[in-house]
Ligand binder design. Structure first.
Ligand SMILES: NC(=O)c1ccc[n+]([C@@H]2O[C@H](COP(=O)([O-])OP(=O)(O)OC[C@H]3O[C@@H](n4cnc5c(N)ncnc54)[C@H](O)[C@@H]3O)[C@@H](O)[C@H]2O)c1
Ligand SMILES: N[C@H](CO)Cc1c[nH]c[nH+]1
Ligand SMILES: [Zn+2]
Length: 438
């Protein structure tokens, strides 16, 4: 039966435009998610509390319950021989391509790294040091994503993190996908645990008898993983909220409709994944709709992708490019593509909220997912308004440096003391004044 996607198309000229706009914005918002998942959040809190109280025993119980795998705590960690064996089994061609991606990501992450730009030679400064131990969440239930190992581990390696720990659910013959394991070996990561979900995040945050706590947890995951990261925040740091993927494409008449549709499908394929086209061109909207209808049936995950198009996606016709850009800034996408021909860079300049911006016809999201250099671990659910992509700079912390000379302190001593007395803190004032009395 022919696929009809006319339901996902709407225009500023429609009577119900505002209602559809509001519902699209709110469906994808963080507040709707947190409200809708309040029940799951309560369950996640219980899982985290149980791991905090009972450590490994609780991790083993939840792994049996949610992943269907019975393990003793000694079996959580993947033996190094298994990592080596998985590495040996990678085909030379795959290994070469993984190395190509690792090289690009490493080069980019080095170029943007601020951790080696400490400034502590003057009166005030800042000093960066790498985090000592970090945990990476690598999804593995709906689809194992080896590329996420590269996109989270390489920035940490560039920053100089000593201990990198990987957690991933035991969804592949009771263990982890072998490409993920082989890649860990290639990157020199030896501490890999076949546990996932909220229980694994809790183990990283609280520590257990067999897993030492980490300083930061980074990486994507399903609702349980993301909500658990929120629960352990404070015990350690975390990155952004990297949940279900989305792409928003701003395009004009010059866009190639078949390519635009292909890029939308590449996000919808994530299942869950959302793909939204915003354009001032009703002609392009119609062509993209028919390309989606034509191409979706040709995909391996056609059924799932179609469901994501129908459930989370839209083709929206706006009055003009200003309105399209306004829509994009309001939506705050994880991935934002601009396909506006020679105007692409100028339109991209006007985007304030997006995890990653892909400019022009030859920068589909997939080039960033696997290859270009910036991490594909990006803020979702409109949180690119305030969160950013994972970078090497997420794996350093800073110490402020203050080093006054006698002359510098004496020059400002009275003024500092006065501020202290204004707050009624005379011990503060005296710690300054005592130095004036030499
Ligand atoms: N934004 C990004 O950068 C990015 C990158 C890659 C993946 N992702 C997203 O990450 C997500 C990965 O999801 P996934 O399905 O692979 O899962 P996952 O691997 O993150 O988590 C699976 C675990 O969740 C736990 N779980 C499952 N059902 C449960 C239940 N009912 N109660 C308690 N715990 C339960 C289980 O322990 C299971 O092992 C997807 O949404 C994907 O789109 C995002
Ligand atoms: N688009 C996903 C979220 O940014 C990342 C990914 C991994 N593999 C393919 N895609
Ligand atoms: Zn992707």
């Amino acid at each position: 039966m022919a696929i009809d996607l006319s339901d996902i198309v709407f225009s500023y000229a429609d009577a119900d435009f505002q209602a559809r706009f509001d519902s699209l914005m709110s469906e994808h918002s963080m507040s709707a998610f947190l409200r809708e998942k309040a029940g799951i959040a309560a369950g996640v809190r219980d899982i985290v509390a149980a791991v905090a109280r009972r450590g490994d025993a609780a991790v083993a119980e939840f792994t049996a319950k949610f992943d269907g795998v019975e393990m003793t705590p000694q079996q959580f960690r993947v033996p190094e021989e298994e990592l080596e064996k998985a590495y040996d089994e990678l085909s030379p061609e795959l290994l070469d391509n993984l190395r190509g991606a690792i090289g690009n990501v490493g080069e980019y992450q080095k170029a943007i790294f601020i951790g080696n730009r400490s400034e502590d030679s003057g009166r005030v400064g800042i000093r960066y040091r790498p985090l000592k131990r970090v945990g990476l969440c690598i999804p593995g239930a709906s689809a194992p994503l080896p590329s996420t190992v590269i996109m989270t581990a390489v920035p940490a390696i560039v920053a100089g993190v000593e201990d990198i720990v990987v957690i991933s659910p035991p969804r592949f013959n009771n263990s982890i996908n072998p490409v993920i394991l082989g890649l860990c070996h290639e990157l020199g990561i030896t501490e890999v645990y076949r546990i996932g979900g909220a229980q694994a995040v809790a183990a990283l945050g609280w520590g257990t008898e067999t897993i030492k706590p980490v300083d930061k947890i980074v990486g994507p995951g399903n609702d349980y993983v993301q909500l658990a990261k929120k629960e352990v925040f404070g015990l350690c740091d975390m990155d952004s909220f990297a949940g279900p993927s989305d792409v928003l494409i701003v395009a004009d008449d010059s866009a190639n409709a078949a390519w635009t549709a292909a890029d939308m499908l590449s996000q919808a394929e994530h299942y869950p994944g959302a793909a939204i086209l915003v354009t001032p061109s009703s002609g392009l909207a119609a062509k993209v709709q028919s390309e989606l209808e034509r191409q979706v049936g040709q995909l391996d995950r056609s059924k799932e992708t179609l469901e994501c198009l129908r459930t989370y996606s839209a083709v929206v016709v706006m009055k003009d490019m200003d309105a399209a850009v306004g829509f994009a800034n309001h939506f705050a996408a994880e991935h934002l593509e601009v396909q506006c021909g020679v105007n692409s860079r100028a339109v991209a300049e006007r985007i304030d909220n997006a995890g990653a911006i892909f400019i022009g016809d030859y920068s589909p999201v997939a080039v960033g997912d696997y290859w270009a250099g910036p991490s594909h671990t990006l803020p979702t659910r409109q949180s690119s308004r305030y969160f950013s992509a994972v970078t090497s700079n997420d794996f350093v912390k800073s110490s402020s440096i203050i080093e006054y000379s006698k002359e510098q302190l004496l020059a400002d001593a009275d003024r500092i003391a006065m501020l202290a007395m204004t707050e009624g803190l005379d011990a503060h004032a005296k710690s300054i004044k005592i130095r004036q009395q030499q």
